[in-house]
Write a new protein. Structure first.
Length: 157
């Protein structure tokens, strides 16, 4: 947590815009250019927090763009599971962005990257072969005929 106070800023553009920030002071103002109805440009005073958000909001759009086709989130009543799935998505997308910045090949699709990443995580993992489940009846004996015997096609008509 920061020791800076959290500032709430509200500005009336075409609609109300509200921002909470700890990076700006309430009194900081920026000058932006707005296009009028007649097409002319006019300089307008705007809170610095809103001007910075407008300048950098493309990152949020990119995150949503990369998240939407391959969501890892699952329905859960536990809030921490939703938070965990969000963090997994964020980590995968950040890894993909770093991968694109380091490698010149831009044709690498996001889907292929996710598949390669999953294969790397899984690696050579194999689970132990488990014993087959044997159902017991109430008296403790085996229940029914085992599938190996039941599904044999010997001695039939």
């Amino acid at each position: 947590m920061t020791s800076e106070p959290i500032v709430a800023v509200k500005w009336l553009d075409t609609k109300e815009v509200t921002v909470l920030t700890s990076a700006h002071k309430q009194s900081e103002v920026a000058i932006i250019k707005r296009t009028q109805k007649d097409g002319s440009k006019k300089e307008v005073f705007c809170p610095k927090a809103i001007a910075d958000y407008t300048l950098h909001m493309g990152g949020v759009d990119h995150f949503d763009h990369f998240c939407s086709p391959y969501p890892t989130g699952r329905k859960s009543r536990k809030f921490w599971m939703r938070l965990f799935f969000f963090m997994v998505d964020a980590a995968v997308i950040n890894a993909y962005i770093l991968f694109l910045s380091k490698h010149a090949q831009r044709d690498s699709a996001h889907r292929e990257f996710r598949l390669r990443l999953a294969r790397e995580f899984i690696g050579s993992f194999t689970c132990k072969k488990q014993r087959p489940i044997i159902f017991k009846n109430k008296k403790g004996g085996n229940f029914g005929v085992p599938d190996e015997i039941r599904l044999q096609s010997e001695g039939g008509k």
